[in-house]
Every structure is written in structure tokens, then in C-alpha cells.
Design a protein around this ligand. Structure first.
Ligand code: CU
Length: 471
């Protein structure tokens, strides 16, 4: 009888699991939904950011939607993306985090001439890495990104992890007036020397989010993308234990984040696996408490009242396959230090730097990139480097390097665990973050803060990767 009882339980568990699987479909999304050729039109449009009953907001949009269409590409296969500019403004597209040739990197004057209104440009590259990436303008970025030009780019793993569902949250931040329209005043100099243009309305996938409906017992892979101009977020999933499986698209050792908080500076991405272990029928807050005094509920996970789809969390492995990143040779690596300087200091004064508010190693490159930007330093093609990112300012900076992903080594000398790679790393005030990479991609690569006001007000430099140079 005992045996029968256990057998019955097992059968029941199997039945409910398979019922759940039938209901939800245990998905292995993967290459099947990918497509290597796309066409995107950048144009003015309208978006119902605050819901269908309020007046739509005038935006600039890729493919008529905010965010733009999510592009799915296959890893290691050539892709071709036509971008047509129907704005009244020059534009380019930067494929953030994709290791591609300099000519496809979207920096005006360095990678390509800007795409003039009415013109098109064909971006062609082969994404070497699977993961969560994104695309956005690198021309007049404050306005173009701030008015809605951003979209997710997902390079599919050849053999993805098994989950019930995949979700993507492209999080954007808007400064809206009471009539629902975007407030003017991009490039305010006072803001540029402080936290940047932080808005008053946060959207997920283009709307102030309604409840995210979930089912007890299901396993979800959630791709988080901070596509805001300046807002830094720290997300906590109340009642849940998210497991980080990738940072900036690059797989890491699966781990629960410290204090359960997922820190997302502008441009940063985190992939998590979330087992829905909450109670059927209940709602759980997802909170952004980066600024503890301004904590708010970003969205709620709303559980269906139905019984869990399975009695225990899935036991399937969640470690993602590694990408073909070159491993830096730390024994032979040369060290270069980038000192981040400027900004409004605690006492209200600002360092004297003329028109720029920020600098790297005493030099300020402003704007979005243009021809003739002299390199801050030259790196030898194929050699390993450690970059020490030293923040001498009173503000945090998510520092992005184009054309490469780097291993995050340490913060103030303390090793960073879990084999984390990134293309945008968060550097706290008075902190030095060491990152390492192989300079294997020739070209003039931007390194800049992704708080867009900081970038355009001087927190930007060029690293030249080439033969024979020394900086
Ligand atoms: Cu910054």
C-alpha cells in the first residue's frame, strides 16, 4: 500500500507537471524564432505609455513602437539590418554589447557618417555571442534615446536552457508633463553635472506596467534591460529568489545576487531565472529601491489562482553555455588607468573644466562621437589589458566599452565572484573597478558613461586598438 501511495503521488506529480507543461509549454525558444535579416524605420510616432485611456505621447520610434521591435538573431550567422531614417535628425544605430567590426558600431564620424534624414544604412555583422543585447542611437543620443529610440536584440543560444516561459522587460524612463507629452530641456547643464535627466514615469515594454501574470510553480527566464537615459535601478522581487544567469548577455556562474537586489545602471542587462514559488492568487511587489528614500513598486507579479503547475521547482540545469570570449592573460596584461573626474561635488562646487562637466584622465570628449577624436591611449592588437576604472567623482557611473566584453576582476581590490563578464560596469563613487580583456578587435572604440548626460558632457574617451601603438 505504501508503495502504491508513493506511486500514486509520483503519478500525480507527473500528471500535474505534464499538465503544466501542456498548459505553459516548456519552451526551448532558441534559433527557431530567429531571423537574420531585418528592416527598421526610425520615425516620429505615438505611444500609449500611460495606458489606452490617456492621450498618447509623441515619441520617436523604431518600427512604430516603443521600445522598437525585439530582434532575434542566430549566434554565429551573418545578419543584415537595414535602418531607414525618417526623422528630421541625423542618426546612427549602436548595437550595444555585440562584438562587431568598427564600421558597424554606429559611432558617427568614427564608424560611419551619420544616416541623414531620408537615407538608409545597412548594418551587417555576425554576432559571436548569444545573449541579451540592445540597440539605440549614438547620435544626438540624449534626445533620440530619451524620446523612445531603443530596442532589445536577443542572440539566441544554440541550445537554450529549459524554462516554461521567457520574458523580456525593456525598462525605460520618461519625463512627462501633465498632458502626457515629453518635457523639453534635454541637455540641462546642471543635471548633466549631477544625476542626469531622470524622469517621472517608468515603463516596461512601453507601458506603465499592469500586473505581470504568472502561474505558481512555473520557471521563467526573465531578461532585464535598463534602457533609461539616466535612471539607475536596484530591483527586488519580494517573496522570490531570482538567480542571475547572465550579465550584459554574457553567461556567469548562476548565483543569487547580494541582498536579492539586481543593480541595473543605464544600458546594463541581467538575465535571471525565476521559479514562481509564491502562493496562488497572491500579488508580490517588484520594487526599485536603488534610492531608498524614493522606493517605488515597479510592477506586481500576480499569481493565477490555479494550483502550482508542479510540486517542486524544475531540476533542469540553468547554467548557460559559454560564449567564445578570449580569456585575458592576467600574468602578461598591461594596466591602464582611466580616472573619472568632474561633476558637482558634495559642497555644490564644480571642477573648472570649461563647457564640459566631466573628464577622463583630464580630457573631455563631448557629444556622441565625431571624426578626428584623438585616442586617449592605444592598445596593441591581440594583447591583454587590465583597465582600472577609478571614480574620483561623487556620482556613480555605468562605464561602457564598445567592441569588447571584459571580465570584471575586482572592486577596490576585492575579487568579483561568479565569473562575471560585462560591457557596461557600474563604478560607485570613490571606487576602482578593474576589468580585463583581450584587445582583439581593431578600431577606435568609445569608452563612456552610459548616464547619457554624463557621456555628452565629457565622460567619454576613445581607446585605439591597433598594431604597434603604445599610449
Ligand atoms: Cu556617469
Amino acid at each position: 500500500m505504501g508503495t502504491d501511495h508513493i506511486g500514486l503521488l509520483k503519478r500525480r506529480a507527473l500528471l500535474s507537471a505534464s499538465a503544466g507543461a501542456a498548459l505553459l509549454g516548456v519552451v526551448r525558444p532558441g534559433p527557431a524564432r530567429a531571423n537574420q535579416s531585418h528592416r527598421i524605420v526610425a520615425a516620429p510616432g505615438q505611444a500609449s505609455l500611460t495606458g489606452p485611456r490617456r492621450r498618447a505621447t509623441d515619441v520617436w520610434a523604431y518600427g512604430g513602437s516603443v521600445p522598437g521591435p525585439t530582434l532575434h538573431l542566430r549566434q554565429g550567422e551573418p545578419a543584415s539590418i537595414v535602418v531607414e531614417n525618417r526623422l528630421d535628425d541625423d542618426t546612427t544605430v549602436h548595437w550595444h554589447g555585440i562584438r562587431l567590426p568598427i564600421g558597424m558600431d554606429g559611432v558617427p564620424g568614427i564608424s560611419q557618417p551619420p544616416i541623414r534624414p531620408g537615407e538608409s544604412f545597412v548594418y551587417e555583422f555576425t554576432p559571436p555571442d548569444a545573449g541579451t543585447f540592445w540597440y539605440h542611437p549614438h547620435a544626438n543620443a540624449l534626445q533620440q534615446l530619451g524620446r523612445g529610440l531603443a530596442g532589445a536584440l536577443i542572440v539566441e543560444e544554440r541550445s537554450p536552457v529549459a524554462v516554461d516561459r521567457e520574458l523580456l522587460w525593456t525598462i525605460m524612463d520618461w519625463r512627462l508633463k501633465s498632458d502626457g507629452q515629453i518635457a523639453a530641456g534635454f541637455g540641462n547643464r546642471m543635471e548633466a553635472a549631477m544625476a542626469g535627466r531622470i524622469g517621472n514615469t517608468v515603463t516596461i515594454n512601453g507601458v506603465v506596467p499592469p500586473d505581470e501574470r504568472v502561474r505558481a510553480g512555473e520557471r521563467v527566464r526573465l531578461r532585464l534591460l535598463n534602457a533609461a537615459l539616466a535612471r539607475i535601478m536596484a530591483l527586488r522581487f519580494e517573496g522570490h529568489r531570482p538567480v542571475v544567469v547572465a550579465v550584459d548577455g554574457q553567461p556567469c556562474d548562476p548565483h543569487e545576487p547580494k541582498d536579492g537586489r539586481l543593480l541595473l545602471g543605464p544600458a546594463m542587462r541581467i538575465d535571471i531565472v525565476l521559479d514562481m514559488q509564491g502562493d496562488p492568487g497572491r500579488r508580490y511587489r517588484v520594487v526599485d529601491d536603488y534610492d531608498e528614500d524614493l522606493e517605488y513598486s515597479l510592477v506586481h507579479l500576480a499569481y493565477d489562482a490555479a494550483a502550482p503547475v508542479r510540486p517542486h521547482p524544475l531540476e533542469a540545469p540553468i547554467r548557460l553555455p559559454r560564449n567564445p570570449l578570449p580569456e585575458p592573460d592576467l600574468g602578461a596584461a598591461e594596466r591602464r588607468e582611466l580616472v573619472l573626474q568632474g561633476g558637482m561635488m558634495g559642497g555644490g562646487g564644480m571642477m573648472g573644466m570649461g563647457r564640459a562637466a566631466w573628464a577622463i584622465n583630464g580630457a573631455s570628449m563631448t557629444g556622441d562621437g565625431h571624426a578626428g577624436m584623438p585616442p586617449l591611449t592605444t592598445l596593441m592588437l591581440g594583447r591583454s589589458y587590465v583597465l582600472g576604472l577609478r571614480n574620483d567623482t561623487a556620482w556613480p557611473h555605468p562605464i561602457h566599452l564598445h567592441g569588447h566584453s571584459f571580465r570584471v576582476l575586482s572592486r577596490n581590490g576585492v575579487p568579483v565572484p561568479f565569473n562575471q563578464w560585462a560591457d557596461t560596469v557600474f563604478v560607485e563613487p570613490r571606487q576602482t573597478v578593474d576589468v580585463a580583456f583581450v584587445a582583439d578587435n581593431p578600431g577606435d572604440w568609445m569608452v563612456h558613461c552610459h548616464v547619457t548626460d554624463h557621456q555628452t558632457a565629457g565622460l567619454m574617451a576613445v581607446l585605439r586598438v591597433g598594431k604597434g601603438g603604445k599610449g
